[in-house]
Design a protein around this ligand. Structure first.
Ligand code: PBG
Length: 329
């Protein structure tokens, strides 16, 4: 006797099916579960639009003026969303000195209206402020001027915190930005303002619809000099470890589906929560497929979100956050 149990063929065939036979059993066995509280809805506010403008590919997402942004947030709160990631673009662009008056006005108008009913995250980056559309400043030779860049990025973060932003989310991928921002915030009495770093952000083909909306397409070259190379796994993990060491409070991977293999490792190596950003190109792929009758958007979203959660994403930033309640979260 070896102790080995002999199974008949009919038993083998049913061993996974048996626990799936009704909804209650399936729900009881579901390993990933999450609620609307884990979703973050991006918003685009711009000084350049009067009427709200559709964003090509991103169904039900618009570039809006301040009043329309406030109306949108009101509706989204009714759809159960309380976390918003705000992207602001203003009329003025420069290569080295930035006017943040409009940006601060957007943030304070939103916070004055909603106070503690929402958690307002602001994306901190230079790409919608620079005339060349890059996330950094350049020196006379055309190389990244890191000192000047970090000074500007940390001033933007401070300006946003002063205007009332609840969470600072740097997306620029400059070396040392998290440390500089933390230091700047701490010295100015914002030691309780969390930094959620875009810590593992790849140079990706999936940001197209976003760049149209945020008016931030680089006018020359690409972002491969500072964003991560999607061929590299160790570097991708190291980038997040570095942000954790520099004082980030939570981390983020992006694009969502193409970073799915990294979340668990980053989480276990840093001990920090890691979110997943379903970026504009991924979302547009689903929206446009639905438009062509090739899939059902809500079902597909539900699937992608569960997969992100299965990969241990703590939160999900998605252009469909406002649909989540309707989908059943
Ligand atoms: C700004 C920024 C980008 C995204 C978020 N913040 C674009 C980029 O890095 O080029 C992309 C988000 C999306 O595609 O949904 N640096």
């Amino acid at each position: 006797m070896t102790g080995k149990v002999e199974l008949s063929m009919s038993e083998i065939k049913k061993n996974l099916h048996r626990m799936k036979s009704n909804k209650f059993l399936r729900d009881l066995c579901s390993e990933t579960n999450f609620t609307i509280a884990h979703f973050v809805q991006p918003l685009f506010t711009s000084e350049l639009v009067d009427e709200k403008e559709k964003i090509e590919g991103l169904k039900d997402n618009f570039v809006m003026n301040i009043e329309d942004t406030i109306r949108q947030i009101d509706n989204d709160i009714n759809s159960g969303v309380n976390n918003f990631l705000l992207f602001i673009s203003s009329k003025s662009k420069s290569i080295d000195s930035f006017n943040l008056e409009y940006h601060q006005k957007v943030i304070s108008s939103i916070k004055d209206r909603f106070r503690h009913d929402i958690n307002l995250w602001t994306d901190v980056c230079l790409c919608s402020l620079t005339s060349h559309g890059h996330c950094c400043l350049f020196d006379a030779k055309g190389s990244i001027d890191l000192d000047k860049t970090l000074l500007e990025i940390s001033s933007i973060a401070l300006a946003y915190a002063e205007a009332g932003s609840d969470i600072i989310a740097p997306s620029d991928m400059m070396d040392g930005r998290t440390l500089r921002i933390r230091d700047t915030l701490d010295k100015s009495n914002f030691s309780m303002t969390p930094i959620v770093s875009y810590s593992t952000k790849f140079s990706s083909n999936f940001y197209g619809p976003f760049r149209n909306a945020a008016n931030s397409t680089p006018s020359f070259g690409d972002r491969k000099q500072y964003q991560l190379d999607y061929r590299n796994r160790s570097e991708a993990i190291r980038a997040s470890i570095r942000c954790a060491e520099e004082g980030a409070d939570m981390l983020m991977v992006k694009p969502g589906m193409t970073s799915i293999d990294l979340i668990r490792d980053i989480k276990s190596k840093t001990g920090l929560m890691v979110g997943s950003y379903q970026v504009s190109g991924e979302y547009a792929g689903l929206c446009l497929s639905e438009e062509r009758g090739l899939l059902n958007l809500e079902n597909s979203l539900e699937e992608t979100w569960h997969v992100m959660r299965r990969a241990e994403a703590q939160f999900i930033i998605t252009y469909g956050a406002r649909l989540a309640k309707n989908i059943g979260f």
